[in-house]
Design a protein around this ligand. Structure first.
Ligand SMILES: [Zn+2]
Length: 280
């Protein structure tokens, strides 16, 4: 069961984090979370009026048609139409972030797509470039429809890709299965852009610079990142932190000798406790 209090709190915390990291500014940005048939949204002008220091009670809760359950209709973020359109079209999406990250916006303000080069971006979002929708009026239905089309096209090419797109001269929209990932998509994409811009400034005209990706990480390799890897060969003899001679048996297992030592210790302690209890 999702704790209602925690959703409202997490929207405030992610908003502050986005602001402190320069991913949103006082002119805008908005955040929402979907919980079943309820949508939680950051309040209107969180940046302009509060510099993203908003409190939990200001977070609006509505149904899927934007009918308020907690809070007033006119306090809902002005970009809310995009959030609802995304939720209506992607049932698996549980959080949407709209941010104004300046390095990503530098690409959209030249109508350039963003190649995914950083390992973080390739592993978290996938290798598809982050593309632009057409210039749109902020908060309009047209903008919302274009974002949905962009996300659907991404998913058609790569069903496992992260959902994020650029809005020229304006900002980005990301959508994910939870708020942490919707935030993460923005942060890794912005870092990706910082790298692209820095290496262009530093090495763009250097004929020795090799800007190509040498190893395209596959989905299988990405999945293997979390698997346990051995750091010693089975049978490796070593001294453990307690000074015992021991042998590594693989899969994070100690040698039987080491377990005997700890059983011995447990027996000794048990005997000692029983002896003290008898004497008391
Ligand atoms: Zn905006």
């Amino acid at each position: 069961m999702v704790n209602t209090k925690n959703i409202r709190k997490s929207i405030c915390e992610i908003g502050k984090l986005l602001f402190d990291k320069g991913l949103i500014d006082s002119s805008g940005g908005n955040i929402s979370v979907r919980d079943g048939d309820k949508v939680y949204l950051s309040p209107r002008q969180s940046g302009e009026h509060h510099q993203w220091s908003i409190d939990e009670d200001s977070v609006i809760v509505t149904d899927m048609c934007k009918v308020p359950i907690i809070g007033d209709l006119d306090k809902i973020t002005r970009e809310s139409v995009c959030h609802y359109y995304i939720y209506h079209n992607f049932p698996e999406v549980k959080a949407v972030v709209h941010a104004h990250p300046p390095f990503m916006m530098s690409f959209s303000s030249a109508h350039m797509e963003i190649p995914a080069i950083s390992e973080g971006t390739r592993c978290v979002i996938g290798t598809l470039p982050i593309t632009n929708i057409e210039e749109s009026v902020p908060g309009s239905v047209q903008q919302a429809e274009r974002i949905v089309v962009n996300f659907k096209e991404r998913r058609k090419i790569d069903p496992e890709c992260g959902l994020i797109c650029n809005v020229p001269f304006h900002g980005v929209f990301s959508a994910a299965s939870d708020l942490n990932y919707a935030y993460l998509y923005v942060e890794v994409s912005e870092t990706n852009c910082k790298i692209l811009i820095n290496r262009q400034i530093m090495f763009g005209n250097n004929p020795k610079a090799d800007l190509s990706v040498h190893h395209a990480i596959s989905r299988e390799e990405i999945r293997s990142i979390g698997e346990n890897k051995e750091v010693c060969e089975t049978g490796f003899a070593y001294k453990d932190p307690f000074g015992n001679e021991t042998v590594y048996r693989g899969s994070g297992q100690k040698s039987p000798m080491a377990s005997n030592v700890s059983s011995d210790m447990i027996s000794k302690i048990t005997e000692e406790v029983l002896r003290k209890l008898k004497n008391s």
